[in-house]
Design a protein around this ligand. Structure first.
Ligand code: GUN
Ligand code: ZN
Length: 434
């Protein structure tokens, strides 16, 4: 394959570390007039334009984005493909919301043509919003995952997904069995896991919809293949937590149910965790498990306020999740806007650099992919965004008042959304142009 080399000139910003660990100043790198060099789908250099431009061969194409900020592609650590058609469903909290809206909507994925159509819309929406990697729940139907991965593979995206496993406490038309969920998941793993930039996640929906037998088989799958992911929900809603106590009286608590079935680990991501206690956070940290913080969903479903400072104290990995369709936006910028308010309501702050970290490197670390995505470091996949400072008249005017990159970044996260994402690049290829 011939070498393809391209360069992009703009302001460049990326996280280097968690501000909670190294302080804000050491947590990021910023080049006001920077240059990003991309070779064969990977980043090969980053620096000041004045330093790098003279080193480039004369035939290299340099694309200049003045009045724009290049950042790493955003990482959504929790989202549901089959809930694309039900975002903004009125009036219920988690358990009624699942029965009234979610299960009927997901049942449509029994039809492969429907799954194909929604996968197409879903991936376009991710890219329009600057999300280049997502950890995705399919429906109970294996074809939901096939449809999604088929689209992701064509675009050479780094994506993780799994078929939902649920064999009880859901309508008959939507459940599998412990055995069928095991064999269907296995077939999907064999077909997709490690193909190009695709990875598989074993996906028990949450403890109430799986029998002990199914949870045991989920744990067994994780032991059978290296580097598989595990995704599920935990402690999102108080009624849900109470229900889990009733279903699993022999376990110490909600996390202990998953722990018992060997579902914790370095590639395990638990969505929400709004009502976790200190001991549970300590156990998540000890096992290297991660939490997906889903602020728009937690507000919309009235679930509660995620205690990010507690997770930080225990050094639990935390990524950001939109949780569409419980969440109300595909935009991780809008999700950060709400994350800031979650902290405000708890008398705490969320610095713009911590927000940047959560949506990029923090998500990459939660997924154990920090050597591949989440930063603009040389050697990383060239998954990056061009954010347009003039995306809307108000944004353009407001940013002219901003005195430094911290303020610009914060305003981008407060006023920004899909309109802000002018271009999305994945593996060095333009995959979305506004
Ligand atoms: N808990 C179990 N299933 C779901 C789901 O689809 N969405 C959310 N937000 N929580 C869940
Ligand atoms: Zn969810």
């Amino acid at each position: 394959m011939p070498l393809t080399r391209k360069a992009y000139r703009a302001a460049l910003l990326h996280s280097l570390a968690d501000p909670a660990e190294v302080g804000i100043e050491a947590s990021y790198e910023y080049f006001e007039d920077g240059l990003l060099v991309v070779e064969n789908g990977q980043i090969s250099a980053i620096g000041h334009a004045r330093d790098l431009l003279p080193t480039l061969a004369v035939d290299i194409e340099v694309t200049h984005y003045p009045d724009a900020l290049i950042t790493p592609g955003l990482i959504d650590t929790h989202i549901h493909l089959p809930q694309t058609g039900m975002v903004g469903a009125y009036g219920e909290q988690l358990l009624d919301w699942l029965n009234t809206y979610t299960f009927p909507c997901e049942s449509q994925f029994a039809d492969k043509a429907h799954a194909d159509a929604v996968a197409d819309i879903f991936v376009k929406e991710l890219l329009r919003n600057g999300t280049t990697t997502a950890l995705v729940f399919g429906s109970v139907h294996p074809q939901s995952v096939n449809s999604f991965f088929e689209v992701a593979q064509k675009l050479d995206l780094r994506m993780i997904a799994g078929k939902v496993m649920m064999d009880r406490n859901a309508p008959d038309y939507l459940i599998d069995t412990a055995e069928s969920s095991y064999t269907e998941s296995k077939a999907l793993i064999e077909r997709w896991h490690g193909k190009g930039r695709l990875h598989y996640a074993v996906t028990p929906r949450f403890a109430p919809t799986s029998t002990p037998e199914q949870l045991a088989l989920a744990g067994q799958l994780l032991g059978e293949y290296p580097d598989l992911y595990m995704q599920t929900h935990i402690s999102e809603n108080l009624q849900e937590v109470q229900w889990v106590k009733e279903l699993f009286p022999e376990r110490k608590g909600y996390l202990d149910v998953y722990d018992h079935y060997q579902l914790l680990g370095e590639r395990s991501v638990f969505a929400h965790g709004v009502h976790l206690c200190d001991d549970e956070c300590a156990r998540l940290a000890e096992t290297g498990s991660a939490i997906a913080f889903c602020p728009t969903s937690n507000f919309f479903l009235g679930s509660g306020l995620f205690n990010l400072p507690m997770a930080e104290r225990h050094k639990v990995h935390v990524g950001l999740g939109t949780d569409v369709g419980g969440g109300t936006s595909f935009s991780l910028l809008q999700t950060l806007n709400e994350a800031y308010k979650v902290m405000q309501l708890q008398g705490a702050r969320l610095s713009p650099f911590k927000s940047l970290y959560l949506a990029t490197l923090g998500g990459a670390r939660a997924l154990r992919l920090e050597d591949k995505i989440g930063t603009l470091q040389p050697g990383s996949d060239a998954d990056f965004l061009v954010l347009d400072y003039n995306a809307t008249p108000l944004l353009g005017y407001r940013l002219k008042q901003a005195k430094d990159i911290a303020e610009r970044l914060f305003v981008l996260m407060t006023l920004g959304d899909d309109r802000t994402v002018a271009q999305t690049y994945a593996a060095g290829k333009l995959v979305h142009q506004r």
